[in-house]
Write a protein that binds this ligand. Structure first.
Ligand code: PEP
Length: 323
């Protein structure tokens, strides 16, 4: 049921016993919006805004970003568009930003760490564009999430930055809407603090590419440890389960936007783990939607419970393949 001939559906999907799952697309540029719509995405679950900053001499202006975000929202009049604030550093470099040379860039100044430090001006410009777009777009709901947060202080500083932009707009008489706000769960710190994070925001989104890297201490790009950089290892699965529980205990919704979310063979496991939303490359949306609509939530919960009891990756694989 995961072949290329799966039919596209533009309807929302639910399991045979009525659990609705939002199935959204990951995009990085406006040109990808059309493909996401065509494949039946319910919305955008991860807009990687770093692509707006690449291949140019200077950062995009507030106006340029505003137009980009309005376009994304208007592509999904009934849906939700989750925009991730600028996430550079680590493997993502931007020449004009003068990123430091670091021995361990993945453990260095990246994501929200830069937005609250050397890139604070860019962060403010981006937030201004986002809050204006949320008010003006004739379209869907905007959600904004912060990358690589590992402390409550960072989260509160990011939320304060949103409040400051809103206060400036009040003074300037500019129309704005404060979007839904969320945090990416990508670090062990975020997993352990997911309760406190979820109490402060509307949603969490699990970035399994980075989460697997940091939980397993195995770099994403290092072929020698590729066997460890895998979200089916029990510690990563348990980190996901813990994050889901923390979100739901605090009335926040939780999605997943790492590669794992787009593996149709894992849909049952992920639904069973309790994810509310799965976001992926547009091409895999039809297969994942098909799988959601043919699986039974109760059975998925049982699969997830067994996977969470497994102590090796091999055991997890056997549980998934037995289905
Ligand atoms: C992730 O880490 O899972 C993620 C979605 O973010 P990135 O853009 O770094 O892959």
């Amino acid at each position: 049921d995961t072949g290329p001939d799966v039919e596209v559906t533009h309807e929302r999907v639910e399991t045979t016993d009525g659990r609705e799952i939002e199935v959204a697309a990951n995009v990085g540029r406006s040109v990808e919006l059309e493909g996401a719509v065509e494949q039946g995405a319910d919305g955008i679950g991860l807009y990687r805004t770093e692509f707006l900053f690449l291949d140019r001499e200077e950062p995009p202006s507030e106006e340029e970003q505003y137009e980009t975000y309005v376009e994304a929202l208007e592509a999904f009049p009934e849906g939700r568009v989750v925009v991730r604030t600028l996430d550079i550093g680590g493997d993502k470099q931007i020449p004009y930003l003068d990123l430091p040379e670091e021995e361990n860039p993945f453990l260095g100044e990246r994501g929200i760490r830069r937005s609250l430090g050397p890139d604070a001006d860019l962060f403010e410009t981006q937030l201004r564009a986002l809050l204006r777009a949320a008010a003006d777009a004739d379209g869907g709901t905007l959600s904004v999430m912060f990358p690589l947060v590992s402390t409550v202080d960072e989260l509160e500083a990011a939320l304060d930055a949103v409040d400051e932009v809103a206060a400036d707009f009040d003074d300037e008489g500019v129309a704005y809407t404060v979007p839904e706000l969320g945090v990416m769960v990508e670090t062990p710190g975020a997993v352990f603090m997911a309760d406190e994070f979820a109490a402060r925001v509307d949603f969490l989104s699990i970035g399994t590419n980075d989460l697997a890297q940091y939980v397993m201490a195995a770099a994403r790009e290092n072929e020698h440890v590729a066997h460890l950089h895998d979200p089916l290892h029990p510690p990563v699965l348990r980190a996901i389960a813990r994050s889901v529980e923390a979100a739901h205990d605090n009335d926040a919704w939780i999605g997943m936007c790492g590669e794992m979310a787009g593996s149709p063979e894992l849909t049952e496991l992920l639904v069973g783990l309790g994810l509310d939303e799965l976001s992926m490359s547009a091409v895999t949306i039809p297969a994942v939607k098909e799988n959601v609509s043919t699986l039974e939530h109760e059975r998925a919960i049982d699969v997830a419970a067994r996977a969470l009891n497994a102590v090796t990756r091999g055991d997890v694989t056997n549980i998934i393949e037995d289905q």
